[in-house]
Design a protein around this ligand. Structure first.
Ligand SMILES: Nc1nc2c(ncn2[C@@H]2O[C@H](COP(=O)(O)OP(=O)(O)OP(=O)(O)O)[C@@H](O)[C@H]2O)c(=O)[nH]1
Ligand SMILES: [Mg+2]
Length: 453
């Protein structure tokens, strides 16, 4: 156990709901609560069974502060593996704060962000990625994000890394035989298939982490095109509400319009922009500048053309531009007869025909967007990994070390050199498991939490 300070915090969100929970964890949790709690049963909290609930009042100087339900849970069968007391306050936030004050005066220390979960980790109750999953759970913005976080709570990532490290260790053992008895088989070259397999495993984890980044942080999509092609209508169709003004007058949208949506469980920021053309007045000029800014921020562009009109010079310019990000061509107004000239095969640009006004083809369009951004497959919750930047970095470094090991074999270098790279990969992967996690890594991780978790 770490230290014997008892920590306390309000574990429920501020300002929501009528019940607030003050949570204590540590060896004095029960003792501290006992000094301020008068159970209706007259029992002593220190003598009640573990994992039981007790009705009564919190008192201070003979005054009743709140009517409460107190849960007593003795370690190690608790979240932190320490003794935990949870005081369910019913008098709203003011009473909850008053109870927390009393607990702190009674000898508890205010918990830091994520300290309960940090203790759970340090006491060996949960793995590092499970701790992280708790943070993701608390901050999940969408149902998919929530499901992935719950899934990861099972420790899927650390298990995968555990298996990976085991396989690297096995390879190392085989190479060390080679080093000690150079005349004996196997040749290092025989280890190549196993090494390829390891590198592929890590590459897969990196890809799954990339999907996780999208699930957690969301995507920004900008809708662009010349005036009057139906950009605002498309925004409204994607949002399923009449958010942006739509008129038949070219140049209707003069400022960017931004709105959050959730598509297939992924948080998406949609930006409708002013029609891109040579501006005719200062307001339009500013609008076009903002549209260009939106393009720079976007992960993906929807370039809209009017399918019911001949192609214009402006359209051609937009089609020819290198946007430096994925771009989906949307041919709008498919409910009208086609006038649009055939568009030459544009490499790397998917093409979709829709009617934004009639809401035809929208589902196919959103499916295509997600497919494009998530590497060909829609994320299933059990293939997504929520990784932090430092974890992604460690994975990349593991992959690099494995690649170096492969190259060493291919270049016919000594078994010693190959082993060195493999050992590096083994150590870096160990950091991912929290085996050698430094204080700094832990602090960074738990700082993402809120107080009380
Ligand atoms: N028939 C048909 N008309 C559409 C469709 N989508 C948009 N329109 C019409 O096209 C006109 C322009 O639509 P907007 O959505 O305002 O176009 P915009 O690209 O935002 O135009 P600006 O803001 O001026 O750049 C409106 O009259 C819409 O009703 C469609 O799918 N079919
Ligand atoms: Mg518009």
């Amino acid at each position: 156990m770490i230290g014997d300070e008892t920590i306390a915090a309000i574990s429920t969100p501020i300002g929501e709901g009528g019940i607030g929970i003050v949570r204590l964890s540590g060896s004095s949790a029960v003792e501290i609560t006992e000094t301020i709690f008068r159970p209706a049963s007259g029992l002593l909290l220190s003598e009640v069974n573990s994992h039981t609930l007790h009705y009564g009042h919190i008192v201070s100087g003979g005054q009743r502060v709140d009517e409460v339900l107190v849960t007593v849970m003795h370690g190690p069968r608790t979240y932190t593996r320490e003794d935990i007391v949870e005081i369910n306050c019913h008098g709203g936030i003011v009473a909850t704060r008053a109870v927390l004050d009393l607990v702190l005066r009674g000898g508890a220390r205010l918990a830091e962000r994520g300290e309960f979960t940090k203790r759970a980790f340090l006491n060996g109750r949960i793995a590092l990625d499970q701790a992280k999953a708790v943070a993701d759970l608390v901050s999940a913005k969408t149902r998919l994000g929530l499901e992935v976080a719950i899934d990861q709570l099972g420790g899927r990532f650390s298990q995968a890394i555990g298996v990976l490290r085991g396989e690297i260790a096995e390879l190392l053992a085989r190479i060390e035989v080679e080093i000690d008895y150079p005349d004996l088989d196997p040749e290092t070259a025989e280890l190549l298939p196993a090494m390829d397999d390891l590198a592929a495993q890590v590459a897969r984890l990196i890809a799954q982490g990339e999907q996780g980044r999208v699930v957690r942080e969301g995507l920004t999509i900008a809708i662009i095109g010349r005036p009057n092609v139906g950009k605002s209508t498309l925004l409204n169709a994607l949002l399923a509400e009449e958010r942006a003004i739509v008129t038949a007058i070219p140049g209707t949208t003069r400022d960017t319009v931004e709105e959050e949506a959730v598509i297939e469980g992924i948080p998406v920021r949609l930006i409708d922009t002013a029609g891109l053309r040579t501006p005719t007045d200062p307001v339009e000029k500013e609008g076009v500048k903002r549209a260009e800014d939106a393009i720079l921020r976007a992960d993906l562009l929807l370039l809209v053309l009017d399918r019911s009109a001949r192609i214009t010079v402006e359209d051609r310019e937009l089609l020819a531009r290198d946007w430096e990000r994925p771009c989906v061509l949307v041919l709008n107004k498919s409910d009208l007869p086609r006038q649009l000239d055939p568009i030459a095969n544009l490499p790397g640009k998917a093409l979709h025909e829709i009617s934004a006004r009639e809401k035809n083809g929208i589902v196919q369009l959103t499916g295509a967007i997600l497919e494009l951004l998530l590497g060909g497959e829609l994320p299933a919750r059990n293939t997504i990994l929520l990784l932090d930047a430092w974890e992604r970095d460690l994975l990349r470094r593991t992959h690099a070390a494995l690649t170096q090991a492969q190259q060493a074999v291919r270049a016919g270098l000594s078994a010693d050199m190959v082993a060195e790279e493999l050992r590096a990969a083994h150590i870096i992967a160990g950091e991912l498991q929290g085996v050698d996690a430094s204080e700094e890594v832990l602090d960074r991780l738990f700082a993402r939490f809120c107080v009380g978790k």
